[in-house]
Design a protein around this ligand. Structure first.
Ligand code: ATP
Ligand code: ATP
Ligand code: MG
Ligand code: MG
Ligand code: MG
Ligand code: MG
Length: 269
């Protein structure tokens, strides 16, 4: 940038950096997607094409930013985990956040017509935030929090739309029927009144979408000592098995229990 007497204004810029060696999660969410989904005639409770378009945009983000090791999406939101030592943009928060939101939004629009056969009525908008999580436990709990949210919302929405679409009730009546019901009662309403077995619904609706890069299979974990295990993961990292390479997989699996994380130790290393 050329020097001029105006250049001093740059001193006003504030470099808000991610804490060193700390996990970060960027979460983006569609603006007024309740309206956006109505306008574009999304199927209720879950429009598969729209979810797949969201997934394709998240896949683009991961291809564009290799330090994103995991993404989780549901409804109009997506969360992206950055590895703790990412040097991306000198760890400047605003740069990282705006790149994720912008890459996601433009890929969502770019891919729209591949998934939905209704023209975009207006440009969709997403907002975003970035949060740092010091401990692996926080990362686990963060993603568990989002997946529990997926489950709760999906059970509610599936019941709600069954009452409206199959039961012929108004939306107001459906809200009223579901008010104060616990999970087991919703399962009952679905099964007894509408013949829907919740457990057989599409895994994408129940569990959301999980994007990871699956590197080559890891050798068996040695039985002795945490120190050795740490060294082993460090070596794998150095060798490139750290979740930043390989093609992106889209899964619909449980990320609350241990299995998912045990199979991918690099995510929390
Ligand atoms: P970075 O990712 O670091 O921003 P960059 O390639 O985008 O890298 P910039 O300093 O932002 O670099 O400069 C943008 C460049 O894009 C310009 O130098 C110019 O070459 C090109 N460019 C942008 N807009 C136009 C335009 N309207 N006409 C011609 N060239 C353009
Ligand atoms: P805000 O701007 O505050 O985020 P919002 O209207 O986007 O408002 P959210 O809480 O983000 O509210 O909820 C998104 C809404 O978008 C859902 O409640 C649902 O109605 C709709 N929606 C998003 N994706 C889908 C989909 N794939 N199928 C059906 N409906 C969807
Ligand atoms: Mg919002
Ligand atoms: Mg929203
Ligand atoms: Mg949302
Ligand atoms: Mg530029």
């Amino acid at each position: 940038m050329a020097n001029s007497r105006f250049g001093y204004v740059r001193e006003f810029e504030d470099y808000d950096r991610l804490l060193p060696s700390t996990f970060s999660v960027v979460r983006i969410d569609g603006q007024s997607f309740h309206r956006f989904s109505d306008t574009h005639q999304f199927a209720k409770p879950n429009d598969k094409r729209a979810l797949e378009c969201m997934n394709s945009a998240a896949q683009f983000v991961m291809e564009e930013m290799e330090d994103v090791t995991l993404a989780f999406g549901e409804s109009d939101e997506f969360s992206f985990l950055l590895r703790p030592d990412t040097p991306l943009y000198d760890r400047r928060k605003a740069k990282i956040l705006t790149k994720v939101v912008s890459a996601f939004t433009s890929a969502f629009v770019y891919n729209w017509s591949r998934y939905l056969n209704i023209p975009l009525a207006y440009p969709p908008v997403f907002d975003g935030r970035v949060v740092t999580y010091p401990l692996p436990k926080h990362v686990r709990d963060y993603f568990a929090w989002r997946q529990v949210d997926t489950h709760i919302n999906n059970l509610y929405n599936t019941s709600f739309w069954a009452i409206v679409q199959q039961g012929g009730k108004t939306e107001r009546e459906a809200h009223k029927i579901l008010q104060g019901t616990v999970s087991a009662q919703k399962h009952d309403i679905l099964y007894k009144d509408y013949g829907i077995n919740y457990n057989t619904l599409d895994e994408m609706y129940k569990k959301g979408s999980v994007l990871v890069r699956d590197p080559p299979p890891l050798p068996e974990v040695p039985k002795d000592g945490a120190y050795k295990e740490k060294k082993r993961i460090e070596k794998l990292r150095k060798d490139g098995i750290d979740g930043t390479r390989g093609s992106v997989q889209i899964l619909h699996v449980d990320i609350i229990k241990d299995d998912f994380w045990n199979q991918r130790p690099w995510l929390l290393a």
